[in-house]
Design a binder for this molecule. Structure first.
Ligand SMILES: Cc1ncc(COP(=O)(O)O)c(C=O)c1O
Length: 387
């Protein structure tokens, strides 16, 4: 009955685990969820006020497909101010979260048999979206010893005549890897003279502890042309449920195609969300974002120290995002088995590395209060002692 296309899709393991943890909690079980990829902070007041004000003024009509002039201008200002990127408002499209931006881009660029280069560990949706577009995910395995970054040499080796798109995610989920300007320039050198696009997923941009984030499109003129910049406010604006993402590209043919696809699927994103996003894009909640970052840093430093003290666990200190990707190979290679037992025996929800394309690891999210993180760490210590 179902289309072959939809049958190629797997369910998101991360969403499945966080839903199970929520269900167990609702049933009265003492579950601590370190699985969710959403900030534990409430959306800043200025964002809510702007949305309420827009509703009062009667913003309930359809907006243009890519977004209102005001929101597109605010995104252009943000991209110039924060990332030194000169996009015209007409080169920007708002989408129902960055996930939707990525989905649209892949649908518009990828034909049957086209290859999409995906560094692993990867965000769970990249290979699935590629398969849904009949493309071929080509996984580039990275190494912990290299901070989970792909190298120029590796990229060069992976390119074929079928390569259409490279997915880059910096800061990354699940490893917190940040590609510096130098890293990006090395990759840029390999891509010179090719027709390969880059989808640069920068959704964790402001959750950056070392200040080393660099927008992919900003490193050279050539990279500006081939890169589609993807960002949003789910993580950095603490508004995941509002569904605000956007893409910006210098390629007007692609922009036109995405607008067409969106006109036949979702139309514009919520007009209320667009209005709420404007203060965040204009930097009016930067102090609150800075405070969130302080909390994330404190939790990251705590976990980094405590987890590395548990015999058999090993983790890098991430430069960005709010996850630790922990090596548990000495204890268990089968990450699904490990995380399942952890949830059943000590009621701590984490995500197995296999969901991100790498066995022998698990992901812990620290977008949860420090108190819960401390209790979860104590439970984990006991769990490992008894494993
Ligand atoms: C790397 C990455 N990209 C994109 C998204 C999707 O974000 P949004 O909520 O804007 O759709 C997520 C969410 O978890 C993510 O981790």
């Amino acid at each position: 009955m179902l289309s072959k296309r939809v049958q190629t899709l797997s369910e998101s393991i991360t969403i499945a685990i966080s839903s199970l943890a929520k269900e167990m909690k609702a049933n009265g079980e003492d579950v601590i969820s370190l699985s969710a990829g959403e900030p534990d902070f409430d959306t800043p007041k200025a964002i809510k006020d702007a949305a309420i004000e827009a509703m009062r003024k009667g913003c309930g009509k359809y907006t243009p497909i890519p977004g209102t002039n005001e929101v597109l201008k605010a995104i252009a200002i943000k991209l110039k101010r924060d990332n030194n990127l000169e996009y015209k408002p007409s080169q920007i499209i708002t989408n129902v979260g960055a996930k939707h931006s990525l989905f649209n881009i892949i649908q518009c660029l990828i034909d049957e048999g086209d290859e999409v280069l995906i560094p692993a560990p990867y965000w769970v949706s990249y290979p699935e979206m590629t398969k849904y577009a009949s493309g071929i995910p080509v996984i580039l395995n990275t190494d912990e010893s290299n901070g989970f970054k792909i190298t120029a040499k590796q990229l060069k080796k992976a390119i074929t005549t079928k390569t259409k798109l490279l997915m880059l995610n910096s800061p990354s989920n699940p490893c917190g890897t940040v590609y510096t300007k130098e890293d990006l320039l090395e990759l840029a050198e390999v891509l010179k003279g090719t027709n390969i696009f880059i989808a640069s997923d920068e959704i964790y941009e402001k959750v950056n502890y070392s200040g080393n984030f660099c927008a992919t499109a900003s490193v050279s003129k050539d990279m500006f042309k081939r890169t589609i910049t993807i960002n949003g406010l789910s993580k950095c604006g603490a508004m995941p449920g509002w569904r605000f993402g956007y893409m910006a590209s210098a390629n007007d043919e692609l922009n036109k195609a995405v607008r067409k696809l969106q006109s036949q699927s979702t139309s514009n994103i919520s007009s209320i969300t667009q209005a709420g996003a404007i203060p965040a894009l204009l930097g009016e909640v930067d102090d609150e974002i800075e405070n969130m970052l302080k909390s994330y840093r404190e939790r990251r430093d705590y976990l980094f120290k405590e987890l590395n003290n548990i015999k058999g666990l090993k983790t890098l200190n991430p430069d960005g995002a709010f996850y630790l990707f922990i090596n548990c190979k000495e204890i268990e290679e089968d990450s699904m088995k490990f995380c399942k037992r952890m949830l059943e025996e000590i009621k701590v929800a984490t995500v197995p590395g296999v969901a991100f394309g790498l066995e022998g690891y698990f992901r812990v999210s620290f977008a949860t209060d420090l108190e819960s993180i401390k209790i979860a760490t104590q439970r984990l210590q006991k769990f490992i002692n008894n494993y």
